[in-house]
Design a protein around this ligand. Structure first.
Ligand code: FCB
Length: 457
């Protein structure tokens, strides 16, 4: 590839956000509670005691935000739709005002020449559905398909790219097994049941959207974590296999028609983590539904994991699967900076699963960037992070991996779930007190990359 054309013509340069993290206006225009509104109210659940109540006030300032995106030259914008804004009871009557918000947002994006990529579910389940059992009940699958149909019918003429779920791993394990995310449940059986219903609802939503327009481009976004053993020991290699199975294969395999990974099922069954009714839960056609043909796979890549076996770590008196990298290689989330992992995971997915097309649907980093006295945010560490990860992206494209676009996380600083407003992931700084937006140096840098369609060195 000549240096002047480092990324293929038509490569989509994007940025991503999600509804609960940016919109605010949590009680406006008929919006009801989601599980996150409820979760944030429990003291201790969110580190700084905050919530998405105001967030970036994007619900009211979306036009200005789209203006920023246009200034940056974004080719695409990935946002999520708040299910409870559109269907306050989770099912049944549509709230016209809720849907109108997304209608206006989409029109504004198109007017600015930006392709909308809509995510249907970025973790904010309507509380009304949670009260009926949430993802643990099979009813959630039909509810999700109905919701997909409702928004697809309204927006599908203009939104051509749809992402069903964002990171089902997080809802499954952080939300229902570790209780660190909404709905704050700590139960292995509920978690694994949830994972099945999330995947099944993905398949049901693909079908629902296709019935509206068979030309829609539909995929799912998975957070994938390449894992390597901390040592060549048998124990560490075994621990790595389990980690990869639980984190990556549990979702990748069924989505690609292979069913749930047998080694992980066996592992879960051996110590009672598998729900006793699992085999009745996974009905005959379910695996076919889950493996519905899609048009792309979205990969959210942030970090890798170096896995050490429990036994070994207990001996060394260190945390179970974590082998801490040096401090200067961590973001403020404590995540290791490892650009090579981006290439590794793209290559692995391409070789092992061969989805017809891939997008990096999230990648980015939080740093303690502060404005200098002149108000300039010199986030050199973020620029370095993005540059190195984009090099990995470029390498993947050169190797023939069908990667069509890159969405940076995030357009702007926002509510970072259980960590509150501490971590800042944006290329645009948000002053939450005034809601002022300031382009960080990384935003200027990204604009240049987009304009030139190449990296600066
Ligand atoms: C991902 C989430 C996204 C954001 C980033 C930092 O796991 O999808 O909402 O929180 O992490």
């Amino acid at each position: 590839m000549p240096a002047s054309c480092e990324f293929p013509h038509g490569f989509l340069w994007g940025a991503a956000t999600s509804a609960y993290q940016i919109e605010g206006s949590t009680t406006a225009d008929g919006r009801t509670e989601s599980v996150w509104d409820r979760f944030c109210r429990v003291p201790g659940n969110v580190q700084d005691g905050s919530s998405g109540e105001l967030a970036c006030d994007h619900y009211r300032q979306f036009r200005e935000d789209v203006g920023l995106m246009r200034d940056l030259g974004l080719g695409a914008y990935r946002f999520s739709i708040s299910w409870n804004r559109v269907l306050p009871h989770g099912r049944g009557a549509i709230n016209p005002k809720g849907l109108e918000f997304y209608d206006r947002l989409v029109d504004a994006l198109l007017e600015a020449g930006i392709k909308p990529f809509a995510t249907l579910f970025h973790w904010d389940l309507p509380q009304a559905l949670q009260e009926q059992g949430g993802w643990v009940t099979r009813n959630s699958v039909d509810a999700f398909a109905d919701y997909a149909r409702a928004v697809g019918q309204r927006l599908g003429d203009r939104v051509r790219h749809w992402i069903t779920h964002n990171e089902p791993w997080c809802v499954t394990f952080l939300g229902n097994q570790q209780g660190r995310h909404a709905p704050g449940v700590r139960d292995w059986h509920d978690a694994l049941t949830t994972s099945h219903h999330l995947l099944l609802s993905h398949g049901a939503a693909v079908r629902a959207l296709r019935s509206i327009d068979s030309a829609l481009q539909i995929g799912i976004a998975l957070n994938l974590v390449p894992a390597i053993p901390a040592s060549p020991s048998e124990a560490d290699r075994e621990a790595t296999r389990l980690f990869d199975g639980q984190f990556n294969r549990w979702f990748l395999d069924p989505l690609h028609g292979r069913g749930y990974p047998v080694d992980i099922l066996r592992d879960y069954e051996t110590d009672g983590r598998l729900p006793p009714h699992w085999h009745a839960l996974v009905r005959d056609d379910d695996l076919t539904t889950i493996a519905a043909a899609t048009d792309f796979l979205g990969i959210n890549y942030y970090r890798r994991e170096i896995v050490r076996s429990k036994t070994l770590s207990e001996e060394l008196n260190s945390p179970p699967t974590v082998h801490p990298p040096p401090h200067d290689q961590l973001t403020t989330m404590g995540w290791e900076i490892h650009p090579g992992g981006m290439y590794d995971i793209l290559e692995r997915v391409h070789v092992d699963y061969a989805p017809q097309c891939l997008y990096v649907t999230e990648n980015g980093a939080s740093f303690d960037d502060l404005p200098d006295p002149a108000g300039v945010v010199r986030d050199d560490d973020r620029i370095a992070f993005l540059r190195e990860h984009l090099r990995a992206v470029r390498r993947a494209i050169a190797a023939g991996i069908p990667l069509r676009g890159y969405f940076l996380w995030s357009l702007m600083d926002n509510f970072e779930w259980e960590r509150g407003y501490g971590p800042r992931f944006g290329i645009v700084r948000v002053d939450y007190a005034t809601q002022r937006r300031t382009l960080k140096q990384s935003a200027h840098w990204y604009r240049e990359v987009i304009r030139a369609n190449k990296l600066d060195r």
